[in-house]
Write a protein that binds this ligand. Sequence first.
Ligand code: PFF
Length: 462
Amino acid sequence: MTSRAHWGSRIGFVLATAGSAIGLGNIWRFPYLAGQNGGCAFLILYLCCVFGLGYFMLLGKLAFGRTAKTNIMDGFKAIDVKLKKQHSPLWGYLGGLMAILNGVIISGVYVIVIGWTFLYTIESGLSLFGAHNPVDAQSGFQHLTHAFQEQLLWGCLCILVTAIVISKGVKKGIERVCLWLMPLLFGLLILMLCRILLLPGAEKGISFFLSPDWSAIGFSEEGLDFNLFSKVLLTAIGQSFYSLSLGMGVMFTYGSYLANTDNLKRDAAWIVGLDLMVSLLAGFIVLPAVFAFGLEPTAGAGLTFITLPYVFANMWGGAFWAFLFYLLLFIAALTSLISIYEPLTSLFMDKLKLTRRKATLLTSGLNLISFSVTLASLTGNLPIHLFSRNLFDAFDWITGSFSLSFTMIICCLYMGWIGFVPIWHNLQTTSPSGHIFRNYLRTSLRLTAPIVLTALIIMSLF
Ligand code: PFF
């Protein structure tokens, strides 16, 4: 039996894990959620969610993985062995299988969007890109989302790149690529920020992002609109969990490659900090750019693929800046996709006794299937619908409203009620902490997170 892979360095682990966390969620989703939900007011709520709950969930998942040192499905059993007690295999099936299923489904949707960023990067690099009025920008994007072959090509290229990285292994593949790409991503973000802040009118976007509109989250002179507040709060919690890559076994698997000597509390703080920093920078880039051109920040998901192309086309040197922006979006998304592959690959290696290369082939094959079926449904080439939506929207809805939260609930309940002692013990070996921290972590896992996530599911379903 070959020994389990491990990270080559602490910085490699932190950057690879931050690479998973930093993705479309930070640069595409966060700015439009802030735009729709009162700018700074949303930001404040988001910060509370990240520090109050997100950090502890991330820490729990990393420590769970490091304690179990195996794939996500066997992780529950591995803790049982440490406890010298046998619990129902249902935990492993529900928590582990659901995480894997989420990975397969989300990777299909994720590849489609990365394909768009890939295409936008290349088109802007070749100066073929741009829409001089908002109508052209809208129809350009609509045309793309209906072009099956074009999207298939870009998506397949992304799958190929990801498969090559994963097949090289944890240290020589994932870690090495992230050690290069993450600093490049931070550099591009800073450069982009400097350019956008020089745009005349950008200050309106900055003040939107810095001055809270409390009424947008339910606080007004008439009192508290509880429905609105809970809706925005749950949106902020959902976003913080998604952004920290929780619910797909990624953090568990990355944690399982850690040595017991790494200080997890400190590393998790770095990962959360970097993830937050990128969301903030993305907000300071996208919102001022939108305001500088007198556009609406509430455009929703189209902000990146419809509003920004118009902004870049009308900006001096726009093709170059568009190239940098979509390149950084592409890098961020690629390092996240890489992380989505790893839990599956690790599972196939352990369970089917496959070499990493063969396991990668299987993972990318599954991704290719989920991607092409989702794409065919999106473009109308395959008349498959779920919940009266095409598969792209349906999968996005299912994972966003139900399956990610459900998987997290299972994992949190297990970590909090059953496996807490060995997990806490594992954490203590490198970062001793007091009773308050221990109780807070345990209560978050046992109660706070499951309750909040259940509320999230109920809200999204009804
Ligand atoms: N955190 C990624 C983002 O913000 O785009 C998305 C993601 C990646 C979610 C990996 C879950 C995951 F397992």
